[in-house]
Design a protein around this ligand. Structure first.
Ligand code: HEC
Length: 149
């Protein structure tokens, strides 16, 4: 009886896990969530850079720190079984040009980490860090993200 219940529980776990393993949707969702966070952070930072939002050093430091911790994790979320599925916009170049991909990830990590550590006190100091961080978005997307229709 206990044995049968154990076997049934095992069968259910296998049934639930199988489709996820086939496309690794969990990991795709995780990296998309990190990027959505980048999108929201970037929008807020643009407001400070343009002077539309009064400069707030603590809020900016928090946004850079968030981007930095996301960047630290992002590169680990591209296993071979996550090339397709989950409406991913990840380009095959991520797996085909591993060296270039690793460089792009490392640069984003370094620039967000430096910006977070700088804790810019003035909007002028902030704009310099902002420019360095934001340069990563376009260059990485051009090489490693495909736009879905
Ligand atoms: C090292 C490469 C890299 C950098 C740097 C990068 N991105 Fe991305 N981004 C990607 C990839 C790859 C995807 C597609 C992920 C997927 O769909 O699996 C993506 C997707 C996105 C998405 C769509 C997320 C969704 O909902 O599916 C947004 C928004 C985004 N990035 C914003 C940004 C912003 C803003 C920056 C700069 C602050 C940035 N990205 C920097 C690689 C990068």
């Amino acid at each position: 009886m206990a044995n049968a219940r154990f076997l049934m529980a095992g069968a259910i776990v296998v049934a639930l896990a199988a489709p996820v393993l086939a496309q690794n949707l969990g990991v795709i969702k995780q990296r998309q969530t990190i990027m959505e966070g980048n999108g929201k952070a970037a929008k807020a930072l643009v407001g400070y850079a343009k002077g539309e939002t009064p400069y707030d050093a603590a809020a900016v430091a928090g946004l850079f720190a968030e981007m930095s911790s996301g960047a630290a994790k992002f590169g680990t979320l591209f296993p071979a079984d996550s090339k397709t599925g989950g409406k991913t916009e990840a380009s095959p170049a991520i797996w085909d040009k591993k060296g270039d991909w690793a460089d792009a990830v490392a640069k984003f990590q370094a620039d967000t980490k430096a910006a977070a550590a700088a804790k810019p006190a003035t909007v002028e100091a902030f704009r310099a860090e902002f420019g360095k961080v934001m340069g990563n978005c376009k260059s990485c997307h051009e090489s490693f993200r495909v736009k879905l229709q």
